[in-house]
Design a protein around this ligand. Structure first.
Ligand code: F3S
Length: 388
């Protein structure tokens, strides 16, 4: 540790800084890091009161009371409602608890971005060291943006934000960023849902091993975002390589065929209804391009009776897509910022069946939302939402 780090560790800069330094030092010891390195930004998960619960609120409050302040730009994951639409449907108790959580983060100078796609707000520089929680964003940042981040938990990302540093191990070291498994995709992936299904399927096989994925046709950034989110859902790999920049291919080979993709989608589709209670697009949060595409597909239509249609995105994208948002909302759909279905209280809204194009949501919804799911591409989701 440097002299300044030792002073923080010894408590000279107060309890909040000392606690955060202790968390980072302990983490560094566990992973045999030799030093702490400065980070350009942090992203904190565990913001939704639904997933956080009551216990951590006292800790957040204590940190804020003791003057803990982020030293680097720090964004936050989604919370459990948006203030315009869902907030009105929830009890005062739930709203108040959520606002208490958010208040503590704001007291510590964290930006209430409330999105899992912080890279649309500020794209990290290639090679920048980050301390991001939220697995979908971590895989995306390492693989598509060339930034360097471990997969932090909420507390370690917060500690890194307050200290402005993270232990140098894992994805912060070049030798750990090389692919060790070659994945040959023999299936022709037709849409974003199939890219997600590939991620679910591979995450289970790979564990924490980094793959180089060959044979990905038509891999747009939005489709790779689905793949990143799903890979981080079932596995611990923090990145993938898809055009083998490094030339490393590893010793092992895995082949993925069409039947495995089909099978994954089938397993994730637990509902048999063609009229779901909720059609949900926006896991991870929609890009501007996705919002534009949805606006084009729904123009002039009307959401079917008895169905909710939610499109989730960040407030930043929502504000930059006003015309498209108006077009979407004119159909009876809702473009929701600050929230996502998985971390919201859908059960209390009597939503028992969810149709989505996101493999990650389809994976989590049966447990976290107690809902049956249908996993299908955007166009099918849209036609279900607009069925009379
Ligand atoms: Fe984001 Fe929620 Fe999906 S946080 S990645 S939209 S589960």
């Amino acid at each position: 540790m440097t002299k300044e780090e030792e002073r923080i560790y010894d408590g000279e800069l107060g309890w909040a800084n000392q606690t955060c330094m202790k968390i980072l030092v302990r983490l560094g010891e566990l992973f045999e890091a030799e030093k702490l390195i400065p980070i350009s930004s942090a992203h904190v998960s565990g913001v939704s009161y639904k997933t956080l619960g009551d216990a951590p609120i006292e800790f957040l409050k204590a940190l804020a009371d003791a003057g803990g302040k982020a030293r680097v730009k720090t964004t936050l994951n989604p919370q459990s409602f948006d203030p315009e639409y869902l907030a009105k449907k929830l009890s005062k108790h739930l709203r108040d608890r959520q606002l208490t959580v958010l208040k503590q983060f704001e007291r510590m100078s964290l930006t209430p971005s409330l999105t899992c796609t912080p890279y649309y707000l500020a794209k990290p520089k290639r090679g920048a060291h980050l301390a991001w929680a939220e697995s979908s964003a971590v895989v995306y940042a390492n693989s598509l943006l060339g930034a360097w981040t471990n997969r932090e938990g909420g507390p370690s990302a917060l500690a890194a934000a307050i200290i402005g540093k993270t232990p140098e191990y894992g994805m912060h070291k070049p030798e750990n960023r090389k692919p060790v498994v070659l994945v040959r995709v023999e299936a022709q992936l037709l849409n974003e849902t199939e890219f997600g299904a590939l991620g679910i399927c591979l995450g289970k096989i790979l564990g924490n091993r980094i793959p180089v994925v060959s044979g990905l046709q038509g891999a747009s950034k939005d489709k790779l975002k689905q793949f990143s989110a799903a890979l981080g859902t079932t596995g611990m790999a923090s990145m993938f390589d898809y055009h083998s920049r490094s030339g490393d291919r590893g010793n092992e080979e895995i082949t993925v065929e069409t039947k495995e993709i089909r099978n994954t989608i089938e397993v994730l589709s637990t509902s048999s209804t063609s009229k779901p209670d909720l059609v949900f697009i926006g896991c991870p949060h929609c890009s501007l391009k996705e919002i534009r595409q949805i606006a084009k597909l729904v123009d002039g239509k009307r959401v079917g009776k008895g169905t909710e249609f939610w499109v989730c995105t960040s407030r930043y994208i929502k504000e930059n897509a006003r015309d498209y948002v108006t077009k979407i909302e004119n159909t009876g759909a809702h473009v929701l910022a600050d929230v996502c279905t998985v971390v919201s209280w859908t059960e209390t809204l009597c939503i028992n069946t969810i149709m989505t194009n996101s493999a990650k949501t389809a994976y989590y919804a049966p447990t976290l939302n107690k809902a049956e799911t249908t996993l299908a591409p955007l166009r099918e989701c849209i036609s279900a939402a607009f069925k009379g």
